[in-house]
Design a binder for this molecule. Structure first.
Ligand code: GLU
Ligand code: ZN
Length: 309
């Protein structure tokens, strides 16, 4: 079965978003993504919403929401409406999970990360990329035993056309297997939450980092099961350090310096391959953003996975 997502009609008002996790302050890589999604939304006269992806509470870091909001403000990336927090959607996730359960599309799984890792240890691939073999699919594990909830993924080819990365086709069952909707620690998994959040916020354009490109087919599969429309997707390259690692908390990427935002904004426009004219070197944040919105042209980022900081 080939499922092709329908594209939204051109007159559909653009609604985009930036969805940082509050695991620390914004670093250059996350600001790069924020700027790309902001420019894409504003150049389409669209809305740009801000959502704080705060479900993974053990990873949240105190003070990071304030730091993120402040950095966005300093760089002139003003969002529309009030800030949305995933924890406002907890009831909705549970309702929809229940609905999937009722339709026998999910099952309980007690496999630990360790037991799966052992199972995959003879595998050429590391466990992160190995496909869950469905051990618990037919076990009918009682609810009182601590468990994760997995989605039954049927064999199907899912194809979508990314605005920058081109066409991607995944055989979900073979390449991803039955994936987790709710973790054993009770936390709703990213894949499931993001689909529900984007739907609840009416998001029809997702611009985000290339690191999430391979996750997208799973999200589209879930959207189709839940009867939600599929947004258009644009995955922009991720910024990497000199060693080629993605800037992240793990690579100790530092917080963006908010003292000299104009210079950093100019540099980010260069990294985004927007070729800002030299005269804009001394321009204010607003002048830089006005120019960037009027001249936004992401095509040079096509088929590009990483960019060196
Ligand atoms: N919160 C996710 C992250 O910071 C992004 C989610 C998304 O854009 O889909 O990586
Ligand atoms: Zn299992």
């Amino acid at each position: 079965m080939v499922i092709l997502p329908l594209h939204h009609s051109a007159n559909h008002a653009y609604v985009g978003r930036f969805a940082p996790s509050p695991t620390g302050p914004l670093h250059l890589g996350s600001l790069f993504t924020a700027l790309a999604s902001f420019l894409d939304a504003r150049s389409h006269k669209g809305k740009w919403l801000l959502r704080i992806d705060d479900l993974d509470t053990p990873r949240n870091k105190e003070g990071s929401v304030d730091a993120i909001l402040k950095t966005l403000e300093v760089f002139g990336l003003h969002w529309d409406g009030s800030v949305c927090y995933q924890n406002q959607h907890l009831d909705k996730y549970e309702d929809l999970l229940h609905q999937l359960e009722q339709n026998q599309l999910t099952y309980r799984c007690t496999c630990s990360r360790k037991s799966l890792a052992e199972m995959f240890s003879g595998d050429r691939l590391n466990s992160k990329h190995s496909v869950y073999p469905g051990n618990c699919r037919n076990k009918a594990i009682p609810a009182r035993i601590p468990h994760a909830i997995r989605l039954k993924v049927d064999p199907c080819t899912l194809t979508f056309n990314d605005e920058l990365q081109g066409l991607i086709s995944h055989d979900l069952a073979q390449q991803h297997g039955d994936f987790i909707l709710k973790r054993k620690d009770g936390i709703i998994a990213y894949q499931f939450a993001v689909v529900v959040d984007d739907y609840l916020q009416g998001i029809n354009h997702v611009v985000r980092g290339r690191d999430l490109f391979e996750e997208t087919p799973k999200q589209i599969y879930l959207q189709q099961l839940l009867g939600f429309p599929t947004p258009t997707y644009m995955h922009v390259p991720v910024i990497v350090d000199q060693q080629g690692y993605k800037l992240s908390k793990q690579t100790l990427a530092t917080a963006v310096d908010t003292q000299l935002p104009n210079k950093i904004l100019f540099d980010l426009l260069v990294l985004l391959k927007q070729n800002p004219p030299d005269e804009l070197g001394g321009a204010s944040i607003n002048e830089l953003l006005d120019w960037a919105i009027g001249n936004w042209q992401p095509d040079d980022l096509a088929l590009c996975c990483t960019i060196n900081a």
